[in-house]
Design a protein around this ligand. Structure first.
Ligand code: 5AD
Ligand code: SF4
Length: 370
């Protein structure tokens, strides 16, 4: 999602006459597209902003912008402006479409602090030219055949550990007609359909659901389809059957489990049990023998016992994911889990994370060398 958003920002500014560069030493504008899902991501980006802010550059004026989830977090934008007085632009998750105007303002010596709480609607049709009024853009990147299309924005699942619903707002599905026009721009490679929970897609015009959208897009194309991320609760048998039978759907499926303990999954508000997850995977593998699975796992959620953790280890042993993104639980202020009793000490969270990563590494290696 962030990579795609950075590409959209680049597309907007390119159409505004600027040139993209990854060389931050010589750039005239530095844009930090931030993440706030875990504290470490937040700390890292703040230290980078601080570094950019303190650099002298021989008196050359550089515009500094902070956009994305961190700036959207309550109170953060104003405190960043205070901490870094030479910041020119702060935009929230809903209005990166205003980046070009904000850059013009910065050039004229005017600061922009623009955080809106709900995203405006997306009623403007896709045209051949890059749109500047909102950010549903086709982003052709030279040298890559991987493309991204947002099908939903926001999330209303409220997993108790997660900050996303608070910084990205309520779930909005884009009309299928818009997604279709954007999709038609891509003739080769793989298109990733993006959303926090793609399975909850529902076209506001036709009521088409996610499986319907996949079927529709894959009818007459050479492009492969993939999607990020699915939610196990909403991963239906119908979707599994579609993945298995549709030759245009990529068989690399990302399905975040988060924990192997049903007790912890309940506290996380995930809406499925460990056995539900096992059953869904068994069903998918029975239908689609060549499916490759990846997942996300959080270690040390509040009150997680050694037994809960042992259940996660066992599930990982049993399922044998091709890869897993494993992180220690990070407290996010404003989320229900942050206020839960029995927070796990940092040391234990780290130990469990290391242990699980090592187990997953062995499993992945064994898969490569059968
Ligand atoms: N702590 C640790 N990991 C988290 N994730 C989301 N919120 C947190 C948190 N507070 C992870 C989840 C999700 C992935 C994108 O980030 O595993 O699937
Ligand atoms: Fe966060 Fe849960 Fe929504 Fe994913 S589904 S973005 S983990 S609240």
């Amino acid at each position: 999602m962030n990579v795609h958003e950075s590409d959209k920002i680049a597309a907007l500014l390119t159409s505004h006459g600027l040139t993209r560069t990854d060389d931050h030493e010589t750039a005239d504008i530095l844009i930090f597209n931030t993440c706030t899902v875990r504290n470490t991501a937040e700390e890292k980006i703040i230290s980078h902003i601080g570094l950019a802010h303190s650099q002298k550059r021989g008196g050359r004026r550089v515009t500094i912008a902070v956009v994305g989830c961190l700036s959207q977090r309550e109170g953060v934008a104003t405190s960043l402006m205070k901490k870094f007085p030479r910041l020119d632009i702060i935009l929230g998750t809903h209005n990166i479409g205003r980046i070009a105007t904000a850059v013009d303002n910065a050039t004229a010596g005017k600061k922009t602090l623009d955080i809106i709480t709900e995203r405006e609607d997306f009623t403007v049709p896709v045209t051949d030219t890059v749109r500047t009024d909102n950010t549903d853009l086709v982003t052709h990147k030279p040298g890559t055949d991987t493309h991204f299309i947002n099908i939903t924005y926001g999330c209303e699942n409220y997993c108790t550990y997660c900050i996303v619903p608070y910084v990205r707002g309520k779930l909005i599905s884009r009309p299928m007609s818009e997604i279709e026009s954007e999709f038609a721009e891509y003739k080769t490679g793989t298109v990733y359909l993006l959303g926090q929970n793609v399975n909850s897609y529902k076209c506001p015009e036709t009521n088409t659901d996610f499986v319907g959208l996949l079927r529709h897009l894959s009818r007459d194309t050479n492009v492969m389809l993939n999607f990020l991320s699915s939610h196990p609760r909403d991963f239906t048998n119908e979707l599994a059957a579609e993945i298995a039978s549709n030759p245009r759907i990529d068989k690399n499926i990302h399905l975040p489990i988060q924990s192997g303990s049903t007790r912890i999954l309940k506290l996380m508000n995930r809406g499925y049990t460990a056995d539900d997850f096992r059953a869904k995977i068994a069903n998918l593998r029975a239908l689609c023998v060549d499916v490759k699975l990846t997942t996300d796992i959080i270690c040390g959620f509040p009150s997680e016992t050694d037994d809960d953790f042992a259940e996660t280890m066992q599930l990982v042993r049993d399922i044998k994911f091709n890869a897993a993104f494993i992180f220690p639980y990070s407290r996010r202020s404003g989320t229900p889990a942050d206020k839960m009793p029995d927070q796990i000490p940092q040391k234990i969270k780290k130990e469990r994370t290391t242990k699980l990563i090592e187990l997953q590494r062995q499993i992945a290696n064994a898969k490569i060398q059968p």
